[in-house]
Design a protein around this ligand. Structure first.
Ligand SMILES: [Zn+2]
Length: 568
């Protein structure tokens, strides 16, 4: 491909609409253009990258036993009504009607569609396991589409659905997909972690998110510095911190005028945080009060608290609600709270001795609180949010926190959809059973954006070679000089002949413009053919990621470039 034939309108200025780096760089590099909020056109450079990501996915899916199909984007409402999701999906679903007033949606996902496909055809255990996948556009009418391709309303996804005869089979399929997804992200050249995910909403079984590490990521994840444990912060389990045993002292009330936060109390009483108990009051969707207590230096993990208490939602409680259960806002402990109130105390707190906690009286705290002795009718559980340096739940080594972008997810679904849609088969004994299902997805356009979020600098994108729109750009410094252009053409042809995905920047632009564009678009290798090439037989090979340049002659560069590409 030659740049004079490539439609890649680059921009010098960053468009005002861009919120995140990937969106900014893709707009500037002439890769995408916005059509409407969260809906984009992919220009040739983006399309090349997307096709490369898809090719890697296809190879790994086929290798793992998947079969590619294409299901309709336009889906009839009847299927969704069978599973009850037509009603619960809400505003996020793009809905439409045909000329006969029949209702349809633009597929946000395809569990209903694929299950209806197999229920009519799969009859026997002999047809299992079955893994079907597709790569196509998905639609979600996000309330506020943001961050370019990271949270779009139309996006490209690969989704695979596995059908097995039992749980054991499902676990095999799940592991195959887990391994395939790991290989896909590795082959794409991305730093990622499969993390244990909370799947409260989908329910049942287990789930892992494949998170591409990037500072701009929306998810917080923790990973162990010693073993391979990784989890979202919401999911990460914690063992209680053991406090050194002490003799329990008698409870004492102390005046703490105006000290409504645990920080103020700890500071003015010269008590370490490890000796203080913090209260956080919530109200659930039924307006019931849920009181949570953690150590002064810890935070409440609201997802854990929600799962534990069965609340659908939790919000901060208002003062009137706290007072109604006998609590005094700012001076609260479980001691003196009305019977029947939901009180959840973190397991670490239960092991504390002679701590400071609120006295449920204005401007007063208790000294020598011993939860084992003083807290009655409370639920003790792990409700704390993991933080940097906490012990790994698997091996005890300190964990680190990082941010990431969720680019893929694997789920075990069990029989949720197959029961609702009556997708059954006959087992070895001729007994009718529902198919056991798993679902697996990669955001393809999101992976492209995540790759940029992870790999960029001041000048632009730094593509991992495997998914770069072109692996090498050959730049004649002055394309008006026939000798330079001729040599560049020769190098271009040789690289092409060697199977390299190469672009020749044959524009009659200034060298500075061509170099800037090459850095902005982020081709892994740039080969410069300038006056030195013609006069001294020297061509320059520059690596985008490191900025390193090496000089070669037109006779010896080829093997060197091929070897270099293997490392990028
Ligand atoms: Zn560990």
């Amino acid at each position: 491909m030659r740049t004079t034939q490539l439609y890649a309108p680059t921009l010098r200025e960053t468009p005002a609409e861009a919120e995140v780096v990937s969106q900014k760089l893709m707009l500037r590099a002439g890769m995408i253009r916005k059509a409407a909020g969260g809906i984009y056109t992919y220009l040739p450079l983006a399309w090349r990258t997307l096709k490369k990501i898809e090719q890697i996915i296809r190879e790994e899916m086929d290798e793992a036993g998947g079969q590619e199909i294409s299901m309709p984007i336009v889906q009839p409402s009847e299927l969704w009504k069978e599973t009850g999701r037509w009603a619960v999906y809400g505003e996020e679903m793009f809905r439409l009607k045909d000329r006969h007033d029949r209702e349809f949606c633009l597929g946000p996902t395809h569990e209903e569609m694929v299950t209806s496909l197999v229920r009519d055809e799969v009859r026997s255990y002999k047809q299992l396991p079955l893994m079907l996948y597709q790569i196509q556009n998905k639609y979600r009418d996000e309330i506020r589409p943001r961050f370019g391709l990271m949270r779009g309303r139309e996006f490209i996804m690969q989704d695979l659905y596995s059908f097995d005869k039992d749980e054991a089979g499902l676990n095999v399929s799940y592991q195959k997909m887990y391994d395939a997804y790991s290989r896909i992200f590795t082959r794409c050249g991305l730093q990622f972690r499969p993390v244990e995910a909370d799947n409260g909403a989908i329910g049942g079984g287990h789930s892992h998110e494949f998170t591409v590490l990037a500072d701009a990521g929306e998810s917080n994840i923790v990973y162990c510095t010693a073993c391979d444990y990784a989890a979202s912060d919401e999911k990460a389990e914690l063992k209680p911190v053991e406090a050194a045993a002490e003799e329990m002292q008698p409870l004492e009330t102390i005046a703490t005028p105006g000290m409504k936060t645990i920080e103020l109390v700890a500071e003015s009483l010269h008590v370490p945080f490890e000796k203080t108990i913090k209260a956080v009051a919530f109200q659930n969707e039924k307006d019931e009060v849920v009181l949570a207590f953690v150590r002064g230096d810890h935070d409440v993990n609201e997802v854990k608290l929600q799962n534990l208490t069965g609340a659908l939602t939790l919000r901060m409680a208002d003062d009137a609600a706290i007072q109604a259960v006998g609590g005094v806002p700012g001076f609260m402990s479980p001691i003196g709270i009305k019977k029947g109130t939901q009180i959840v105390v973190d397991a670490t707190v239960m092991g504390m001795y002679n701590a400071v906690a609120g006295a449920n009286a204005m401007d007063a705290h208790y000294k020598n609180v011993n939860p084992k002795r003083d807290f009655i009718e409370v639920t003790a559980a792990d409700i704390r949010l993991i933080k940097d340096g906490d012990p790994c739940p698997h091996c005890g080594a300190p964990v680190k926190m990082t941010r990431g972008i969720e680019a893929g997810q694997v789920f075990t679904l069990g029989t949720k959809y197959t029961e609702a849609l009556h997708a059954t088969f006959l087992d070895e004994n001729g007994k009718e059973k529902p198919l056991v299902m798993g679902c697996y997805g990669i955001g393809v356009s999101r992976t492209m954006a995540a790759a940029i979020e992870q790999n960029n600098d001041e000048q632009g994108i730094i593509w991992p070679r495997a998914i770069a729109p072109f692996e090498v750009v050959v730049v004649p410094v002055n394309a008006k000089v026939p000798e330079q252009l001729a040599l560049a053409e020769t190098i271009y042809a040789a690289l092409k002949g060697a199977g390299v995905d190469v672009l020749l920047d044959d524009r009659k632009e200034r060298a500075g413009v061509k170099f800037k564009d090459a850095d902005l678009i982020g081709y892994p290798v740039r080969i410069t053919v300038g006056p030195k090439a013609v006069e001294e037989n020297i061509i320059e090979v520059r690596t985008r990621r490191t900025g390193n340049t090496q000089n070669f002659t037109p006779d010896d560069y080829l093997d060197e470039v091929l070897a270099l590409l293997k490392t990028l």
